[in-house]
Design a protein around this ligand. Structure first.
Ligand code: C2E
Ligand code: CA
Ligand code: CA
Length: 721
């Protein structure tokens, strides 16, 4: 048997056969026991550009197939020896129908043998006598079909492999919102039948279902577009971040690919944390510090012009002897030391450490900006002294030795403080100035702090000394109350007295209330001191009464810190009960600034005092806001014209008109008016002319001890009667 090629053109398909360069269209092995048929087949296929190899029996045919690996086998059923069905089965043992298509040629044009041919693994069949014109078409068609099948198998295989490793879960959502799982991202490689899971409404929380529904509808409306949706899903109470993509698939369904991006989100958070934090200590780094400072500066700028503009400070801290620790004990220990320092410094800014924080609050933060350099932002301080207190507290917490690997280490810091805005309005200037102050602290002997403006340090040191002294004084009876008479200037009779606190410190001597009262207010000591004054004042009133002297009122000054004390009324009532005094004999003096700083609470407290029968005086009137609204809204009985006006009555005409206006206004409101700081007769006369006869001042009497006051009072009474 041979190979037939070329020959007459009988009008078969000219599939490239006439261009020899392109090679044969296909190689075919034909097996038939009739040599004539084989010859015809060869010729016919050759015309269509195919190469045909022929065999007259199965054994020879199979040998050819193994040797040539043809594209197609044309196989007669009836053969000498093993029949075509057997040969076909033999072929199928090695090759699948799409790898090697077999077309069976049968003279037995009955359904039974056609069925058997397919059973044996044939791709198609041809009935004898063969229709030569159609043969090539038929064969090419089978070749094409198995080629397509091969490609389909391949892409299915590829798809399966892709799916097997695909991390997304894939769902199908239909028009009825039924969800089917196509592929589970968590169960790799699994395939097969996937049942419907349920409807969107049943599977998802309401708001998420609504979002998915919207995307599905959108996807169906725009078939070529891929839509996406990021969401969190509360899987078993452990929220997962997910990213879903939606694309319309055939048959009105939407393919939804869901990826769990929780891990990525965690990475992002980690990266963000790393970008803003110091790896060693977990504190902020310089970058984070700068951006926070910039934000704070902008906020401070915005607050200018507000009644209480925002004030802040930065502390620049450098460890004095860290280099020595590092050099002698090694870097690992040095690192551990820095961690302990970081923890202790952070602790000072914690809300629980009220000692240091005083009034600083939200927006405080610590950063490590260099090897052993730390920076603190105190985001909101009402008083620069609070920055000093925080620094003082840091010195204290670092004073405790640090135990590391058997070593007892003490690191001392030097701290520089720059105040915002006065010491700088941009991060660079502020850091530079705080750094300078830090160097000044080092030069000053280390283990200390220093304000950028050195006078602040002096002031704060004085504050500390006063605070310590006051605590000591309270315990050792160094405080006394003096009484300054209040006079009816028409007849010089004593109508009342103002209680004024005096402090004689054994070391510092006699200290003016104008110096120690502000510190007492800042430290809260004023609450205790104030109660002491009430007690002394009421005790003295009772003593005068007990001696048979006519009862007069005693005025006690109240500061805003006292006003904000929720127990103020209890304290006053306690003193009244303790001394047995009549509240009618008690007067309370507050300034406008007290009302401003504690508005709501002040009104409430003043009303309750009034209900008790206490007289209320508005002190230092004319210096503050001189707002008439205070007089309208608060239940005052008396206004005290500030001494600065009284003292300049003779020199300034403006003071004269102001004093006159206050007197007139007070009268029109039905209030008593008292002049304070009257030193000269002409001042007294001016006031009397304007109808103000209540006066207090050196002209009539200085603040005096109870004993001196008693004598003064008796003398006055004797002179009048
Ligand atoms: P203030 O309430 O205005 O008290 C009047 C101040 O004027 C007293 O000063 C008094 O000694 C002084 N003064 C009275 N007459 C004259 C005068 O004719 N000429 C001059 N130059 N001064 C006169 P002091 O005692 O030094 O008290 C100063 C401030 O300290 C008080 O001003 C008051 O705000 C505060 N203060 C005094 N004692 C207490 C207290 O017990 N509690 C509270 N919260 N503050 C007090
Ligand atoms: Ca007063
Ligand atoms: Ca006053």
């Amino acid at each position: 048997m041979g190979t037939g090629q070329g020959g007459d053109n009988e009008g078969g398909p000219a599939t490239g056969g006439d261009s020899p360069a392109s090679g044969p269209v296909a190689t075919v092995v034909a097996i038939d026991d009739d040599a004539m048929t084989l010859l015809m087949i060869s010729r016919t296929l050759a015309v269509a550009g195919m190469v045909c190899h022929t065999a007259t029996d199965g054994v020879e045919g199979l040998r050819l197939i193994r040797e040539l690996k043809p594209d197609l086998v044309l196989l007669d059923i009836v053969l000498v020896g093993e029949d075509g069905f057997g040969i076909c089965r033999e072929i199928r043992r090695t090759w699948s129908p799409e790898e090697l298509p077999v077309v069976m040629v049968t003279g037995l044009d009955d359904l039974g043998s056609i069925h058997s041919a397919y059973q044996a693994g044939a791709n198609d069949f041809l009935a004898k006598p063969l229709h030569w014109k159609h043969l090539s078409f038929r064969i090419l068609h089978v070749l094409q079909a198995s080629q397509s099948l091969r490609e389909l198998r391949e892409s299915l295989g590829t798809l399966r492999s892709i799916l097997a490793v695909h991390p997304d879960s894939i769902f199908m959502v239909d028009r009825e919102e039924q969800v089917t799982l196509v592929h589970s991202g968590s169960q790799r490689g699994e395939s097969g039948h996937r049942p419907a899971l349920g409807t969107l409404a049943r599977l998802l929380p309401e708001d998420l279902a609504a979002q998915v529904r919207e995307r599905c509808q959108q996807a169906l409306g725009t078939p070529s577009e891929v839509l996406s949706l990021d969401f969190t899903h509360p899987f078993e109470n452990e929220p997962r971040f997910c990213e879903a993509r939606f694309v319309a698939s055939a048959q009105d369904r939407v393919l939804v690919m869901v990826r769990d991006i929780t891990q990525r989100k965690l990475f992002e958070q980690q990266i963000r944390h790393m970008a803003y934090h110091d790896v060693l200590t977990g504190l902020w780094n310089r970058h984070a510090f700068n951006s926070t400072l910039e934000r704070l500066l902008a906020e401070i700028q915005r607050s200018e012009g507000a009644p209480l503009p925002l004030r802040a400070a930065i502390l620049y801290l450098d460890l004095d002897n860290f280099k020595r620790v590092n050099d002698t004990l090694g870097h690992a220990l040095g690192d551990d030391l820095l961690k302990v320092v970081a923890a202790r410094v952070s602790e000072v800014l914690r809300p629980s450490d009220m000692l240091a924080r005083a009034e600083t609050g939200d927006g405080d933060s610590v950063a490590r900006i260099g090897g052993d350099e730390f920076c603190l932002i105190l985001g909101n301080i009402s008083n620069p002294m609070n920055a000093g207190r925080v620094a003082q507290r840091i010195l204290e917490v670092l004073r405790q030795p640090i135990l590391l690997e058997g070593h007892e280490l003490v690191v001392t810091p030097s701290i520089g403080i720059a105040l915002i805005p006065q010491d700088g309005q941009d991060p660079d200037t502020l850091l530079k100035n705080a750094d300078r102050a830090m160097y000044a602290a080092k030069e000053g002997g280390r283990n200390r702090f220093q304000f950028f403006d050195p006078s602040m340090s002096t002031r704060l040191l004085e504050c500390f000394a006063l605070e310590v002294g006051m605590r000591r004084g309270l315990a050792h009876g160094a405080f006394h109350v003096f009484f300054q008479p209040q006079i009816d200037a028409r007849n010089h009779t004593v109508i009342g007295m103002e209680a004024l606190l005096r402090w004689d410190d054994p070391e510092m001597g006699s200290i003016s209330p104008t110096r120690f009262i502000p510190v007492a207010e800042e430290t809260g000591l004023i609450v205790e001191l104030g109660e002491f004054v009430f007690r002394e004042a009421l005790t003295f009133i009772q003593a005068l009464l007990a001696e048979g002297l006519p009862s007069i009122r005693v005025a006690v000054n109240l500061s805003s810190v006292q006003m904000l004390d929720p127990q103020l009324l209890d304290r006053i009532e306690h003193c009244i009960a303790l001394t047995g005094a009549n509240p009618m004999n008690l007067e309370v003096e507050v300034t406008e600034s007290v009302l401003l700083e504690s508005s709501g609470q002040a009104l409430n407290a003043l009303r309750r005092m009034k209900d008790l029968g206490i007289t209320l005086a508005l002190d230092d009137f004319g210096t503050g806001f001189s707002s008439l609204s205070y007089l309208h809204h608060y239940p005052f009985d008396i206004i005290k014209i500030d001494q600065s006006f009284i003292q300049s009555l003779s020199s300034e005409s403006q003071s004269r008109s102001l004093a006159a206006a206050i007197i007139a206004m007070g009268k029109s409101l039905g209030l008593e008016v008292m002049a304070e700081g009257v030193e000269h007769l002409d001042q007294a006369n001016f006031l009397l002319d304007r109808g103000c006869h209540k006066a207090q001042g050196f002209l009539y009497g200085r603040p005096m001890s109870p004993g001196v006051f008693r004598a003064f009072y008796r003398e006055q009474l004797a002179r009048v009667t």
